[in-house]
Design a protein around this ligand. Structure first.
Ligand SMILES: [Zn+2]
Length: 305
């Protein structure tokens, strides 16, 4: 059973200005990594998430606002870092729709794993606002879809983007069916709290300039025992690659092998907790150095496939 790769043409048409680091070329960097896979994946075009699906995670008023104010030309500024052009609404709906489709394909055993090569990313988008390049919280929408549509009782989200998944924590932090494991440079954008007391949230704040070995030690000590005990029926990954040593937006020093390592460990835990069925859905978050993005995603997908 091959890896499912999900994307949508609108994701390449969403752009926020010529100097913006969250640029369409990122998708090409990921596509290069997909082409390196020795076992060829199966490609899907994402459906567009509906307002009702997006409202699983978001204030319906916020969802309608984006649907109703999509610009016909130029940009609509949503926050200091985030803009919409005339393709952004379709791209954002496709990005959330891709992760929903990934859940559908994996939960119904059509694939053991799915990767969504989509943008805009999602993990900074909160219940009622866009933030940090993110319009809709793709992974939160799809996790709630897995719980409400497929009746899953235990969904784990692992977020190894260099930035804290504040939006995912905002939306899902106290949900009894969710275990949220997030690693991030700290203190750093988005400057959200790192000391959540909820047993459902396992945050790994990492000092700037720390390396992959530091992350591995922390993940083994805090994430893996919690994941093993939780026994997730599905593991979802907010796959950001901006902790890479070559990434210009942050100051962690992970290398490609660290992405391969954490991906292999997540697959191992998923395999064990589902009696061999696996069930992993991963979606692109950050990662802004285009060559490092290719090599780190290649390491990630080699394990998922
Ligand atoms: Zn990031």
């Amino acid at each position: 059973m091959s890896l499912a790769i999900i994307n949508h043409p609108a994701c390449a048409l969403h752009e926020m200005g010529p100097q913006h680091p969250e640029q369409p070329a990122r998708l090409d960097s990921v596509a290069k990594a997909i082409n390196l896979l020795s076992i060829k994946p199966t490609h899907y075009t994402a459906p567009l998430a509906s307002q009702a699906q997006l409202s699983l995670a978001h204030d319906p008023g916020y969802v309608s606002e984006l649907f109703n104010h999509s610009p016909q030309q130029g940009y609509l500024q949503l926050d200091p870092d985030t803009r919409m052009n005339r393709h952004s609404l379709e791209a954002a709906r496709a990005a959330a729709g891709a992760v929903i489709q990934g859940v559908d394909l994996v939960v119904t055993n059509q694939h053991r794993a799915a990767f969504c090569n989509v943008r805009p990313p999602g993990h900074h988008a909160e219940h009622g606002r866009s933030m940090g390049f993110c319009l809709f919280n793709n992974i939160a929408v799809a996790a709630l879809w897995a719980i409400e549509h497929h009746q899953l009782e235990r969904v784990a989200i692992v977020d190894f983007d260099v930035h804290h998944g504040n939006g995912t924590e905002d939306i899902l932090g106290d949900h009894p069916a969710i275990l949220f494991c997030s690693s991030f440079q700290h203190p750093f954008y988005p400057y959200s709290r790192a000391d959540s007391q909820s047993p459902q949230i396992i945050n790994l704040p990492l000092a700037s300039h720390s390396d992959g070995a530091t992350f591995r030690t922390a993940a083994k000590q805090h994430w893996f025992p919690a994941l093993e005990q939780f026994r997730p029926e599905l593991i979802m990954i907010s796959a950001g690659f901006d902790a890479h040593q070559d990434d210009p937006l942050a100051q962690l020093n992970w290398c490609d092998e660290d992405y391969g390592w954490i991906s292999a460990e997540i697959c191992r835990i998923a395999e064990r907790s589902t009696n061999g069925q696996s069930k992993v859905v991963s979606t692109l978050e950050g990662g802004y150095q285009l060559d490092a993005l290719t090599s780190a995603v290649a390491a990630h997908l080699a394990e998922l496939s």
